[in-house]
Design a protein around this ligand. Structure first.
Ligand code: AHR
Length: 497
């Protein structure tokens, strides 16, 4: 089968915001305790942070990490996680029905993020709490000194303010499972008043208001419209969350699910712009896709977990090769919307629906999905280009006209490099790609990275990395035309310079 692309350096979508390669650490399962933090582990540093995990996080080049939740934030008292450790309370954590020891809190996580070369995307609790706790918390984190909460932070050993820039106004407040679930009007009113108070403390922050928990929520997209009508002038981003799975064991259909994400993004853009028009506003609200990933493998195991344990193995999806392919198509989808999606967080980062797994007292290892994320994060920086493509198509249970070729290109002017990202969704046949790149005169192929496995269900483990990328693709340029074989079911990164 044949597919074509045209990539021209002048056809630009937008500068890519590097924060689309963000991720997420929630106080959930073994993400924090036994994940990033395991005092006594052979690689633990003086604060108990595992350096083997930090190395893998740094390799992913994650510019921002959302924290501390997630559902957990909706009943979280930030005060529990600061100050002398021996005085911190053990709490019933209601979202995931575990015991939270509060050994790690805001200050320790800020330290960890620095070590990971990341910023923190902080969240306030708008489930059980509201304006008062939020304004105190931001004063504690961001105010330099000379006030009750900023001086409290200093007394806890943190002289410099953390200067957290991006803040989430609660989490998934449209979800009936959320502690403190609200109607769109209840949430919209609380969010706008909280936003105003937080900005009084620190006008330099950016705020993310909660959109729908996924695109099949009953109120979507009316939720977005109502919430933005309340908050439009006082927030910067609206959030989107979506998880995918192959419960039906239909891989052709599964690999087309990035089209669902594409439709979700388009609908949220349309809704935000509708409110913009209604308000005669000059301001544009951008998108923060701050939870996305594959999540379904662990559902059954999670139902068997006894409540009120400390850091049980919750949401430990063990990813296979087809999950990595889907993740590749989702990353390409963000790049195609680089003009409006400015933040995205792979949910999550360690152990909990994560690219990085850890063994207690043992190894940290890479899941299959680690690879496409790492490649996009490393090479998908610069300008997202509008590409033209033509590809044979197929129909599935939920989608029609699905192109076998999912692709895009990124131009990094500074490094004088252009990268094509491409997935061949065909399960049996190669695609012979012909890509017109004549505007990139003189560019040669640096490498053609391929992630491919014969078995869609192949998985990695601590013992063996069965699924890992190679650089044995055959891409070559001739007279400005790149020709490459895209193997059946493969993720491809073709770098030219
Ligand atoms: O990432 C796991 C959970 O998924 C988060 O806590 C919640 O926000 C979402 O439902």
């Amino acid at each position: 089968k044949k597919a074509k692309m045209v990539v021209d350096k002048e056809y630009r979508i937008s500068e890519i915001d590097k924060r689309i390669y963000g991720s997420f650490i929630e106080h959930l399962g073994r993400a924090v305790y036994g994940g990033i933090y395991e005092p006594g582990h052979p690689t633990a540093d003086e604060q108990g942070f595992r350096q083997d995990v930090l190395e893998l996080v740094r390799e992913l080049n994650v510019p921002i990490v959302r924290y501390p939740g997630g559902n957990m934030v909706s009943a979280y008292n930030w005060e529990d996680g600061v100050g002398p450790r021996e005085q911190r309370p053990r709490r019933l954590e209601l979202a995931w029905r575990v015991i939270e020891t509060n050994e790690i809190g805001t200050n320790e996580f800020a330290d960890w993020a620095k070590k990971a070369n990341s910023e923190v995307m902080m969240a306030v609790n708008l489930g059980t709490r509201g304006i008062d706790a939020a304004r105190n918390f931001i004063e504690y984190c961001n105010h330099p000194s000379g006030s009750y909460y900023s001086d409290l932070r200093i007394s806890h050993g943190y002289k410099e303010p953390h200067k957290f820039k991006v803040w989430c106004l609660g989490n998934e407040m449209d979800g009936p499972w959320q502690i403190g679930h609200k109607t769109p009007d209840e949430y919209g009113r609380l969010a706008v008043e909280t936003a105003k108070a937080m900005r009084q403390v620190d006008p330099s922050i950016e705020l993310v208001v909660c959109g729908s928990s996924h695109s099949n929520m009953p109120l979507f997209p009316q939720w977005e419209a109502t919430v933005l009508e309340h908050t439009y002038d006082h927030v910067d981003y609206i959030s989107l969350h979506q998880y995918f799975g192959n419960r039906e064991h239909d891989s052709a259909n599964y690999l087309a699910k990035s089209l669902e994400m594409d439709r979700f993004i388009r609908t949220v853009i349309a809704t935000a712009d509708f409110v913009k028009a209604k308000k005669r506003s000059k301001k544009t609200i951008n998108l923060s896709f701050d939870e996305w990933n594959v999540w379904y493998h662990s559902n059954e195991a999670d139902r068997k977990i006894e409540p009120w344990q400390i850091a049980p193995p919750q949401l430990e999806d063990h990813y296979n090769f087809e999950d990595a392919l889907l993740v590749g198509t989702l990353l390409i989808t963000f790049l195609k919307h680089a003009d409006r999606v400015k933040i995205a967080c792979l949910a999550q980062l360690v152990n909990v629906i994560a690219p990085i797994m850890t063994e207690k007292n043992g190894k940290a290892w890479r899941q299959t999905i680690y690879y496409p994320f790492m490649h996009a994060s490393q090479y998908g920086r610069g300008i997202a280009l509008h590409t033209l493509s033509s590809s044979p198509r197929y129909d599935t249970k939920d989608f029609t006209d699905v192109p076998y070729l999912e692709s895009t290109a990124v131009y990094n002017e500074e490094q004088d490099e252009v990268t094509i990202f491409a997935v061949n969704r065909h399960l049996e046949e190669s695609l012979e790609l012909e890509c017109d790149m004549r505007s990139f005169e003189g560019y040669q192929v640096v490498e053609h990275i391929v992630l491919h496995h014969e078995d869609l269900k192949a998985r990695n483990s601590a013992a063996e990395e069965a699924v890992k990328s190679t650089t044995n693709g055959d891409a070559a340029v001739d007279d400005g035309i790149v020709r490459a074989t895209l193997l059946p079911k493969s993720w491809n990164v073709i770098r030219l310079s």
